[in-house]
Design a protein around this ligand. Structure first.
Ligand SMILES: [Zn+2]
Length: 173
C-alpha cells in the first residue's frame, strides 16, 4: 500500500474508533480532563484542548502503519526537547491506545496535549478539507463550529478510552 492511502486508511479508522468511544457510557465516575479553558483561581486559563490545537503545527508525523503511527512534538517550554508519541489502533481492541514520553504522559492515563495534537495533525494530513489550526482559536473559543465539534469528540473519545483502560488495570492490581 502506498504511503498516502495507508495514512488515509489509518486516519479514517482512528477517527471512527474515537467517535464511537466518545459515545460510550462509562458511568458516573468519569470526569474528562480540562477542555478548552478551565478556572485556576483567580484566572481562566487554557485547558489541554486549546493547548493541543496550538501545538498542531509543531507535530512531525514520523511513521504510519496499519496499526498506528508515531509522531514527535517539540516541548512548548523548551524547543530543544522533543517528546515521542505513539498511537495504537488495534485490529481487535476497539479502544485506541496511546503513550507519550512527556512527564504528564508518563504519569497519567488521560491524553496529554502532545497525544491530542498528534492525532489532530494526522487527521489534518489525511482527511480532506480538514485544517485544524491554532490560528482559529480566540481565548479558548474555536471559530470553526464543525471542526470544534470534531475536536471535542476526538478528545472525549481519547479520555473515555483512557478511563476504561485505567479502570480495568486497577481491577487487575
Ligand atoms: Zn505528552
Amino acid at each position: 500500500m502506498v504511503e498516502g492511502s495507508r495514512g488515509a486508511f489509518l486516519a479514517s479508522r482512528l477517527l471512527f474508533r474515537l467517535i464511537m468511544s466518545s459515545a460510550v457510557d462509562v458511568g458516573p465516575g468519569y470526569k474528562p480532563s480540562s477542555g478548552w479553558v478551565y478556572r485556576r483561581y483567580p484566572r481562566v486559563v487554557e485547558g489541554v484542548l486549546a493547548r493541543s490545537v496550538r501545538l498542531v503545527d509543531k507535530v512531525e508525523i514520523v511513521s504510519v502503519d496499519d496499526y498506528g503511527f508515531e509522531a514527535r512534538v517539540a516541548s512548548e517550554e523548551d524547543l530543544k526537547v522533543q517528546y515521542s508519541v505513539r498511537v495504537y489502533v488495534s485490529p481487535i481492541d476497539p479502544m485506541v491506545e496511546f503513550e507519550c514520553t512527556c512527564p504528564y504522559g508518563e504519569r497519567r492515563f488521560n491524553p496529554c496535549k502532545h497525544v491530542t495534537a498528534s492525532i489532530l495533525a494526522l487527521l489534518n494530513k489525511y482527511v480532506e478539507d480538514l485544517k485544524i489550526s491554532g490560528d482559529k482559536l480566540e481565548e479558548g473559543f474555536y471559530r470553526d463550529p464543525e471542526e470544534r465539534r470534531l475536536i471535542e469528540a476526538i478528545y472525549e473519545g481519547l479520555n473515555k478510552a483512557a478511563y476504561i483502560k485505567a479502570r480495568s488495570s486497577s481491577k487487575l492490581a
